[in-house]
Design a protein around this ligand. Structure first.
Ligand SMILES: Cc1cc2nc3c(=O)[nH]c(=O)nc-3n(C[C@H](O)[C@H](O)[C@H](O)COP(=O)(O)OP(=O)(O)OC[C@H]3O[C@@H](n4cnc5c(N)ncnc54)[C@H](O)[C@@H]3O)c2cc1C
Length: 423
């Protein structure tokens, strides 16, 4: 994976653009099927969202169409973790949505109306049951939604470990190798033009996270996408409160492998519509309307456009104010964390789509061009499930999921926009 004198192959059965969880897990399952794969990553593997997220692997609260895929994803996370030689922090310690009142709990009615039919063990806990789980649970939380077999893993370790394993097995994972253009000849993919030269292939999977919209634009495909900045902090090692993932209306926290917590505001996201994104704003009006209270519009601080080598890695800096907000809310909501220091803070740019569910599809107008993107803040958990699904679609295998919800064409064929659960 080193970039000293980068040699690139002349051709590959499949080329994957993007070394985040969407790209690396698709490579994982294609490689297992005996297919030659080359991953081109403009920076470093998991340098963007996949290495910066909260680390929740949750089935709880998912969109109905995503639920069967994420349930399979949990099983795949376990298989992958077992296969790796290093501990990526995968644990199934559950998720909790903490509720202050009946209205909070009612927010989860939509999910509870369909989740049990999928065999998911999700239940509503009353205050006493919540205390059994968190003996020091602050008084304000009176009940919770609980999915005991949800998981967590360390974003700073997981995807990199998968990529290392693939590299050891001979998969080409080319870092510092930006794809400048997807090459198309007579409506058929013929390869990519990377900064180091061309690679021929009749199949390309575009998994470029926040950059996907610009890669597709050059191929004549419109994908409405916005970038949303989300900030996270990690605490120093702290006493055990809950060993899984927990979220209230203001603060979310997740137990880490190092004995600390990854913490973030549940109600604070910053939107950066650069001039290149402005044309997409009308597509996002329904989402902006429903999420208005937690969105803050900002002047772009980073340029995301079709110059893929300008920024090898999107590394937005959390403002002091944002970090202070996380700290204040954490202590306000969970007094048990009062003496705990925030050891580090960082931000990531979420690639949001107008209905907050991804595109998992083949481009209708270009044969051989596949797209796995727009996970809208939920792609870490579903990553292996989506990766396996894309690998199967690329091989022409039948899949059992209904993928209608994830069509690329839904943004252009007059389909009614159906909003998924919030970012
Ligand atoms: C702060 C934060 C918290 C989150 N919390 C959670 C969570 O708890 N649980 C959860 O499930 N999800 C969470 N998410 C969302 C999750 O991290 C993402 O949905 C997921 O990582 C997306 O993976 P990806 O591979 O699609 O994109 P990315 O990880 O962004 O990877 C895309 C890659 O493509 C590369 N690339 C782009 N263009 C090119 C090009 N032209 N040539 C070569 N390479 C290119 C980029 O450099 C990048 O490395 C969170 C996200 C953030 C930012």
């Amino acid at each position: 994976m080193s970039n000293a004198a980068l040699e690139i192959p002349d051709s590959s059965d499949v080329i994957i653009v993007g070394g985040g969880i969407a790209g690396i897990t698709a490579a994982w399952f294609l490689h297992k099927a005996g297919i030659q794969v080359t991953v081109c990553e403009k920076g470093t593997v998991a340098g963007e969202q996949s290495g910066r997220n909260w680390g929740w692997i949750r089935q709880q609260g998912r969109d109905q169409a995503e639920l069967p895929i994420v349930m399979e994803s949990l099983r795949l996370w376990q298989d992958i973790a077992d296969e790796l030689d290093e501990d990526i922090g995968f644990r199934r310690e559950g998720s909790l949505y903490l509720c202050e009142n009946e209205a909070d709990m009612a927010n989860h009615d939509r999910f509870m109306a369909f989740a049990p039919a999928y065999g998911l063990e999700t239940r509503q806990l009353n205050r006493r049951q919540l205390e059994d789980l968190i003996p020091q649970c602050p008084e304000r939380w009176q009940s919770a939604l609980h999915t005991p077999d949800d998981g967590r893993a360390e974003p700073s370790l997981a995807v990199q470990a998968m990529a290392r394993k693939l590299s050891q097995e001979g998969v080409e994972i080319l870092e510092n190798c930006a794809v400048e253009k997807i090459l198309i000849h007579n409506g058929q993919v013929s390869g990519v033009r990377s900064e180091h030269g061309e690679i021929r292939s009749s199949t390309v999977l575009c998994a470029g996270g926040a950059w996907t919209t610009f890669l597709l634009k050059a191929a004549g495909i419109r994908l409405p996408q916005l970038t949303v900045k989300a900030s996270v902090a990690r605490t120093a090692p702290a006493p055990l409160l809950f060993n899984g993932n927990a979220s209230g209306s203001k603060i979310s926290f997740r137990r880490r492998l190092d004995g600390g917590y990854s913490v973030a505001s549940s109600d604070y996201l910053e939107v950066f519509p650069s001039t290149a994104h402005l044309g997409f704003l009308p597509d996002f009006l329904p989402l902006i309307k429903t999420s208005w209270s937690k969105l803050r519009f900002r002047i772009p601080e980073l340029t995301i456009d079709d110059d893929f080598t300008r920024q090898r890695m999107l590394d937005p800096i959390p403002s002091n104010k944002t970090v202070a907000r996380i700290k204040a809310k954490l202590v306000d909501r969970v007094p048990a964390f009062a003496g705990v220091e925030l050891a580090e803070a960082w931000s990531g740019m979420i690639d949001a789509l107008p209905d907050v569910v991804p595109v998992l599809d083949q481009a209708a107008a270009v044969r051989g061009l596949w797209i796995s993107t727009g996970f809208s803040g939920h792609g870490f958990g579903i990553g292996p499930g989506a990766g396996k699904l894309m690998a199967e679609l690329i091989q022409g295998k039948p899949v059992t999921y209904n993928l209608d919800r994830f069509r690329l064409g839904r943004f252009s064929d007059g389909s009614k926009l159906v909003l998924g659960p919030a970012i």
